[in-house]
Design a protein around this ligand. Structure first.
Ligand code: MN
Length: 240
């Protein structure tokens, strides 16, 4: 049996092709899986579980169908959909995981993360992250109208794009020391994350031990998935 991992789909109203590919993935490959892990940024933005946008109803239904067939779906917040809450989890039957999270897959422990916590060179980003992940900040945000929240999120995305365009690519990537420290602390030799949209398998050495960091890609042009059966994890592209 295969355990599946995806991240960074960035589903939004303007990209029905991504939503359709994901729904198809849920109805085919995921139906035969042991479990599906979504490691953040399933949505381009999420302003609260009370958003009645019908486009999201299809995605919720797709997830619900899978969990109803007893295929567990685990979700970790990304930096775009960190406002996904317990109502969404109850509606879809998914389980929300903390970031990072250690899980055993086919006898091997792996550290799962969205990945942005390891982008420690980006000081400005980390400050925004700290603010927006504060439960008090989120509770205050949820008291504002949907329109206000949507316009806040549009502004935040524009700011984030401008910030990303203005700094070196190395700064927005993960920090190697932060990665090694996380692997050491978790006492594992494998990490799986997304966020950077730079799909790759990196071999690294931590305290003399060989370790690996697998980075999932985004779904902008095609899908990206890690399929993990008893032969180990394999990073692949999904043709669209
Ligand atoms: Mn991200």
């Amino acid at each position: 049996m295969t355990t599946l991992f995806v991240s960074d789909l960035h589903i939004e109203v303007d990209r029905p092709d991504i939503a359709n590919q994901f729904l198809q993935f849920l109805e085919t490959e995921a139906l035969n899986a042991d479990a599906l892990y979504i490691l953040g940024d399933l949505f381009e933005f999420w302003v609260g579980d009370d958003d009645p946008n019908e486009h999201y109803a299809w995605i919720k239904q797709g997830l619900r169908k899978l969990t109803k067939k007893n295929i567990p779906v685990f979700f970790m917040h990304g930096n775009r959909d960190f406002m996904i809450g317990q109502d969404f989890a109850d509606e879809t039957g998914i389980t929300i995981l903390t970031d990072p999270y250690i899980v055993e897959v086919h006898g091997e422990n792996v550290l799962l993360s969205h990945g942005d916590i390891y982008c420690t060179d980006d000081i400005q980003y980390q400050a925004v992250r700290k603010m927006t992940r504060d439960p008090k900040w989120q509770a205050t945000m949820l008291t504002r109208s949907l329109e206000e929240r949507i316009s806040f999120s549009e502004q935040a995305r524009a700011d984030s794009k401008a910030h990303g365009d203005n700094i070196d690519q190395a700064i927005t990537d993960v920090n190697q020391a932060a990665i090694k420290s996380a692997l050491r602390q978790a006492n594992v030799t494998l990490m799986l994350h997304g966020h950077t949209h730079r799909p790759a398998v990196h071999e690294i050495e931590v305290d003399g031990k060989q370790a690996r960091r697998i980075v999932l890609g985004d779904w902008y042009e095609h899908g990206s998935v890690v399929r993990w059966d008893r032969n180990g994890p394999v990073l692949s592209s999904l043709a669209r």
